[in-house]
Design a protein around this ligand. Sequence first.
Ligand code: NDP
Ligand code: GDR
Length: 357
Amino acid sequence: MNSSKVALITGITGQDGSYLAELLLDKGYIVHGIKRRSSSFNTERIDHLYQDPHEISPQLILHYGDLVDSTNIIRLIKEIEPDEIYNLAAQSHVAVSFETPEYTANCDALGTLRILEAVRILNLEKKTKIYQASTSELYGRVCKSPQNEDTPFNPQSPYGVAKLYSYWIIKNYRDAYGIYACNGILFNHESPRRGETFVTRKITRGLVRIDSGIDEILYLGNLNSLRDWGHAKDYVKMQWLMLQQDYADDYVIATGKNKSIKEFIELVACELGWNRKNRNLPAIRWEGSGLQEVGIRNENNKIIIKVDKRYFRPSEVDSLLGDPTKAINKLGWRSSITLEKLIHEMVEFDKLKLAKQ
Ligand code: NDP
Ligand code: GDR
């Protein structure tokens, strides 16, 4: 008899989904993942985990699906009867949510409701545990720092508002129907698998290309916002841990340290060795302000960063800093990969990727 636990991951083709799939497969789970149909391949992050469906008892099984299609969600959950559902699927780009607010709400808010209702319709309330990918974007314009599980929410984007609905509907179904459902309120987490339009990856990839002489300028938006950045590989361990407790609860997951976009750029420039000649000088110096602000590479006096207003958001989240005390005390979880190590990994990956092109 096969006694492996069965997990269903929505968003398995994304950054977190790929790391979580690795973790669960390592733990001996049978992992089912939902992927969307797309006109080109979208499974790059999980290709190394692929198993031929013709094999006897594959451990990883992919299904076509979409969070905006309730019939699909109900049918898959009925077929799979998962012990654990990790709801990671989302239109996850904050800036894009201003362009596609209705779709973002449909996927990021109603998608969660569809999963909860499927579990209820199929009478799986006592069997299936649910992890919901909540976010520090719920806090938005903050009135208190650092932010913990009791800090009031004040989202500043259609993405943040959609995720706020999901946060509350998870809590509501937990209270109303006794479903084991948890919100992981995760602060930003990055990795070499981060999408290339998120700011950290845009910077590591962009500066590696400038370093190689391929590009001259990297255009960015607001350079002054502060984020609490951790490593995605670290954070998915907590997603699993949250579903292994005696009772369901919500947790903030963060490093407890933050840096500005400018500081992140400076760290990447140092990682590339741009201050090797004169360590007393910063690798980058900043001049001007607002749209005129530029980042100049000190080594050769070249402008390499320019601000482009197209990357400004209609409303911005200026500063986020998480307080993970509850997760440390109750889950025994602690972020273990430093920002410097994360940057090193991302830069090495982008160099290698460029070399292969
Ligand atoms: P990604 O953008 O890398 O991945 C999102 C995943 O969702 C992809 O697999 C994507 O598929 C899938 N997806 C998007 N829309 C749908 C849909 N309608 N139906 C089914 N699948 C869909 O995000 P991350 O891995 O970085 O984040 C995972 C989750 O955690 C997201 O919900 C995000 O909002 C949340 N989060 C992320 C944080 C972070 O810093 N990374 C912090 C806090 C929360 P495809 O590959 O086809 O696009
Ligand atoms: P965020 O991440 O909005 O925090 O959402 P992102 O990397 O997109 O932005 C972080 C900050 O950088 C500023 N910024 C830019 N951002 C992007 N994308 N591109 C630019 O060129 C640029 N220039 C400056 C932004 O204005 C912002 O202040 C991420 C996502 O993973 C969400 O899904 C998740 O919920 C939150 O993190 C926590």
